[in-house]
Design a protein around this ligand. Structure first.
Ligand SMILES: Cc1cc2nc3c(=O)[nH]c(=O)nc-3n(C[C@H](O)[C@H](O)[C@H](O)COP(=O)(O)OP(=O)(O)OC[C@H]3O[C@@H](n4cnc5c(N)ncnc54)[C@H](O)[C@@H]3O)c2cc1C
Length: 457
């Protein structure tokens, strides 16, 4: 990286916010994706939208590639750049600019941590539903770029359902403003929704306006054990067929249950095939009715235990099992490959069975948990990247799992994005014409190809 270029970067953000020494750059060589490492040439920490515009103008003129980074919790290699590129780290852009109680919107800078938005709006009796498992670390910019989902996705939807307005700095340094606080807006193409899920390849968000809703008045949390996997999967479909849409409908399989119990000792039985965490929320009377309907369905499907939390503390305790699922699995082996094969809800049982058979076929340990109500499963392979033979088997296994998900009418990623990790699978899903249209969109936004190159395609 040329010294003159670094000097100009430094002039924009100051020397303390321009990182170029090896030691400072080490952690930017990784995100949360296993097996990937690539260190950028420099990292800059802008303090304003104007800073981002100036940085991108400079990079555009110098032909230097740029990758945006929030907290680096993505699981597809999306926030990694190479030695010829710079990373724009958004952690200084951490202001909640406004909570508008008349229009029910919140406007935030991209580096605000997701759970900080939850806390701020809930203090005013409002609710921002998207709650990725990483919400205490992930940023709003990363959530929009990945269209993150979460445990409340079944009833409330994902990040895309809440984005109303964006300020996006384009690769040439100009500013694009899309949407705003108006609930209805059909003027031209829906650029807001196009930018959501763009994985930092079309522009860098400098301001985000999201929709808020009133906070649900009541909530009931239930933890249900099923000796048979098929019955748990049928219960998922039949709860929804009974016209109940739980806020949360999460699944954990036998491998995951065992790891959770070894780690957190929350009292899960080791002789069941599946556990469901179910939460219903809304008006207190409706919550009671829905909880009763859920219980009826689960009993019809031969659950062996049905626990309902009586207090908020108990609810937190029951939900802990699911909240610690990934950490419990991750501590078993040095490398955790967490995937998110997603299928239509009705295919959960065959998909979980296929994952288990594939694990046996390739002699791997794969635990599966996830957002069952959304059909969004997280088969998680516990392995060690130094064991090249096992890693090769894991890749083969996941290739078969993704092919099966596509054959069932599902997708290769329900919420983690394509990034580097899934790009070889994307053509199988969207076909040649899908790739051609996406490349055309990329070309229209970023003709010089400087924004997060090598991701998605
Ligand atoms: C323990 C754990 C649990 C998780 N649980 C979930 C879950 O339940 N649901 C889910 O969907 N995901 C989950 N994830 C994945 C991850 O947390 C999300 O993808 C999250 O949105 C990433 O946010 P981040 O701030 O860390 O972004 P980063 O990882 O830093 O970046 C992600 C992508 O966004 C781009 N980007 C970042 N900021 C901007 C910006 N301002 N403008 C444009 N592009 C930008 C980056 O270039 C990159 O491509 C989990 C990850 C972990 C480690």
């Amino acid at each position: 990286m040329k010294e003159s270029f670094i000097k100009e970067l430094t002039a924009i953000v100051g020397p303390e916010h321009t990182l170029t020494d090896r030691e400072s750059l080490v952690c930017y060589g990784y995100d949360s994706t296993p097996e990937l490492e690539n260190r950028p040439g420099a990292v800059v920490l802008p303090a304003s939208e104007e800073d981002i515009c100036r940085i991108l103008t400079l990079c555009h003129n110098a032909g230097v590639p740029v990758t945006a980074r929030g907290s680096g919790t993505n699981l597809s290699g999306g926030s990694l750049g190479d030695a010829h590129s710079i990373v724009i780290q958004t952690s200084r852009l951490n202001r909640i600019i406004e909570i508008d109680e008349e229009n029910l919107t919140a406007t935030v800078e991209p580096g605000v941590v997701t759970s900080a938005v939850h806390r701020a709006v809930e203090a005013k009796g409002l609710f921002y539903p998207p709650d990725p498992g990483s919400m205490n670390i992930s940023t709003m910019g990363g959530n929009v770029a990945e269209n993150s989902g979460g445990l409340r996705g079944l009833k409330y939807g994902v990040t895309a359902d809440y984005v109303m307005g964006l300020h996006t700095v384009l690769p040439d340094g100009s500013l694009l403003t899309t949407g705003g606080k108006a609930v209805k807006d059909v003027a031209g193409y829906n650029l807001n929704q196009l930018l959501v899920s763009s994985e930092g390849t079309l522009g860098i968000f400098s301001e985000i306006t999201v929709k808020l809703i009133p906070k649900p008045q009541a909530k009931k949390t239930m933890l249900v054990h099923f000796p048979e996997l098929e019955q748990a999967a049928l219960a998922v479909s039949h709860i929804i067929a009974a016209r109940v849409i739980p806020a949360t409908l999460e699944f954990m399989d036998r491998v995951t249950i065992k790891c959770i119990e070894e780690y957190a000792r929350v009292g899960l039985p080791l002789d069941v095939d599946a556990v469901l965490l179910i939460e219903v929320d809304g008006h207190p009377a409706v919550v009671e009715e829905e909880a009763a309907a859920v219980r009826q369905v689960c009993e019809r499907h031969r659950c062996s235990s049905f626990q309902t939390a009586a207090t908020a503390d108990e609810a937190l305790k029951l939900a802990t099992a699911r909240r610690v699922a990934l950490s419990s699995l991750a501590r078993m082996k040095p490398t955790t490959i967490l995937e998110d094969a997603t299928v239509p809800r009705s295919c959960i049982a065959p998909m979980v069975k296929l994952i288990q058979e594939t694990a046996r076929k390739y002699n791997l340990t794969i635990g599966t948990f996830g957002h069952a109500g959304d059909g969004n499963l997280h088969p998680t392979c516990l392995t060690d990247e130094r064991d090249k033979d096992e890693i090769a088997r894991a890749h083969k296994a996941f290739e078969e799992i993704f092919d099966a998900a596509i054959a069932m009418g599902g997708t290769i990623t329900g919420e983690h994005g394509v990034g580097i990790a899934k790009k070889k699978y994307l053509p199988r899903l969207v076909g040649e014409s899908g790739i051609r249209v996406m490349r055309g969109i990329k070309q229209a936004f970023d003709p010089a190809g400087i924004l997060n190159p090598g991701k998605v395609f």
